[in-house]
Design a protein around this ligand. Structure first.
Ligand SMILES: *[C@@H]1O[C@H](CO)[C@@H](O)[C@H](O)[C@H]1NC(C)=O
Length: 182
């Protein structure tokens, strides 16, 4: 009799445990799907790219079979990695495995200047490095910087342009001084 009770108790404990674990995975799933923008991050993931390439605050996105994508953010914004990245409100490009090409709408700051990022790619198989092609040079970062979508600080593009032109003139005068020194 006692043995039967024990078995009953055990099995009810087990069903309790399994029901609680299934309910927690349910909440997890619904939490994911309650993020309206989760699927562009999924697109990145299924193409071997880190989700943190795009910031939080995706309003809507389109992804075509050709690999062409468009992302609309709530607003233009900046996110800090090792360098700062600027995201325009609208970003577009072509995704293929391990690579985003024909990119428009993302700029990276380097030496106080903003460079439009034209291409982003990772090594396949992964070397843990991600490459940002900014036209003249390719910058390397650790992939681990881009594991999760970053918070993105709103910037007005007017401010950015002002900032850029200020910095460009600063750099120009520094470069000029260097030349004069030589
Ligand atoms: C981004 O795209 C949306 C929808 O096409 C458009 O209404 C908006 O003006 C665009 N924003 C900018 C800054 O170009």
């Amino acid at each position: 009799m006692l043995a039967v009770l024990c078995v009953l108790l055990l099995s009810s404990l087990q069903s309790l445990a399994s029901s609680s674990s299934s309910s927690s995975s349910l909440t997890y799933a619904s939490r994911l799907s309650s993020l309206p923008s989760s699927s562009i991050y999924d697109v990145l993931k299924t193409h071997g790219l880190p989700m943190g390439l795009l910031p939080k605050g995706v309003k809507e996105f389109r992804f075509l079979e050709s690999g062409q994508f468009e992302v609309h953010l709530n607003q233009a914004c900046n996110a800090k990695f090792e360098n700062e990245l600027h995201y325009d409100q609208n970003i577009s490009g072509m995704i293929s495995y391990g690579q985003i090409g024909a990119l428009s709408g993302i700029s990276a700051q380097d030496l106080f200047l903003w460079f439009p990022v034209r291409e982003i790619h990772v090594d396949v198989p992964s070397s843990g490095i991600i490459y940002f092609d900014v036209g003249v040079v390719s910058k390397q970062f650790s992939l681990s910087l881009f594991e999760t979508p970053p918070d993105c600080m709103a910037v007005s593009s007017d401010n950015l342009e002002e900032l850029v032109s200020e910095m460009v003139s600063e750099i120009k005068s520094e470069v000029l001084e260097d030349w004069i020194d030589q």
